[in-house]
Design a protein around this ligand. Structure first.
Ligand code: ZN
Length: 84
């Protein structure tokens, strides 16, 4: 796995869309590649900050817009059945 592929996979990894084997391949790459590991740490941290800041005090609509802006799918959005 090269760095370009690793970056793409990291987002899928964080969204829980990868198989166990893909996750292992990414972990291996992150162990061997400090720049990608740093990027991964940053992404995880960013998501945690957003998750904690958005938990209670932010209106759901704003929360959704923030999540969209940074490319995160909110757990509750994902669980909610699509009814339009
Ligand atoms: Zn890399």
């Amino acid at each position: 796995m090269d760095c370009d592929e690793a970056i793409v996979r990291i987002y899928q990894y964080l969204d829980g869309e990868l198989t166990v084997w893909r996750r292992r391949a990414i972990s291996r790459h992150l162990d061997e590649c400090p720049p990608c590991a740093h990027g991964f740490d940053f992404e995880v941290e960013l998501r945690q900050v957003v998750a904690s800041k958005c938990r209670d005090e932010v209106p759901p609509e704003l929360k959704r817009r923030i999540a969209e802006a940074i490319g995160v799918t909110l757990e509750e959005e994902r669980r909610r059945p699509q009814q339009f």
